[in-house]
Write a protein that binds this ligand. Structure first.
Ligand SMILES: C[S@@+](CC[C@H](N)C(=O)[O-])C[C@H]1O[C@@H](n2cnc3c(N)ncnc32)[C@H](O)[C@@H]1O
Length: 216
């Protein structure tokens, strides 16, 4: 996602109590960071943080690690989370800047991650770039290094080709497809659906939202 440069983002994030500057320090210890034993869910490519803000506010009993590669966008996410929490302490979200390619540097099997959300990841339509898709088999195998059997990935996209290819990626990485739909707003396969920034944008354009739940 292209956004205008946010010269304030780095400084603001570095003084934000729910942004973690050194996430590697917490590998195997995320429970310590959250200071409780609540389940931990992670969002890969959180963008402007609209989804994590909504779900974390609705579920204070779950901890969320929201990861994006770009500081500028994380700065916007920080402000969106603060806005929705409206002066309440944000105790169940940690924002992290990391390339998902290196996710195994920050999360281990001992962190007992209980769910992954992948919302509207970049579709990388060109053949040689497709391996960068966050649902590509190559990355699904990296997530499997820390996911216990039975953990689910909740995936949403607007992109037809990414949706269709992801069935193949999940199967090749030996995940089991549990539920899927090519129209999430008609057949909600999730118990609750919290919309993301991209989901709202594509829905306004009349594009159907596709979704898959896959299990390790
Ligand atoms: C199309 S946006 C979707 C944002 C948000 N999830 C939504 O649904 O509105 C994709 C996001 O993934 C992030 N991203 C792309 N590749 C990434 C990677 N390898 N590691 C971490 N974040 C990545 C981008 O910076 C961008 O914020």
């Amino acid at each position: 996602m292209r956004i205008r440069s946010k010269p304030w983002a780095k400084e603001e994030l570095n003084s934000c109590y729910f942004f973690e500057k050194e996430p590697e320090k917490y590998k195997e210890n995320w429970k310590e960071k959250f200071n409780n034993n609540n389940p931990i869910h992670i969002e890969l490519g959180c963008g402007k943080g609209i989804f994590v803000a909504k779900i974390a506010k609705a579920h204070p009993e779950i901890n969320f690690i929201a990861i994006d590669i770009k500081m500028d966008i994380l700065g916007v996410a920080k402000r969106n989370i603060e806005k929705l929490f409206d002066k309440k302490i944000v105790s169940n979200v940690v924002l992290v800047q990391k390339n998902i390619e290196q996710i195994n540097d920050i999360i281990s099997g001992n962190d007992n991650i209980e769910r992954i959300y992948i919302n509207f990841c970049n579709p990388w339509p060109r053949g040689k770039h497709q391996k960068r898709r966050l649902t590509h088999t190559r990355l699904l195998l990296k997530y499997k290094q820390f996911l216990k059997s039975g953990v689910e990935i909740y995936f949403k996209t607007d992109d037809e080709d990414l949706y269709n290819s992801s069935f193949r990626y999940f199967k090749a990485a030996d995940y089991k497809i549990i539920r899927y739909t090519n129209d999430l707003h008609r057949d909600n396969i999730f118990t609750e659906n919290f919309t993301t920034e991209h989901e709202e944008m594509y829905t306004k354009e009349g594009i159907k939202i596709k979704a898959i739940i896959a299990k390790v």
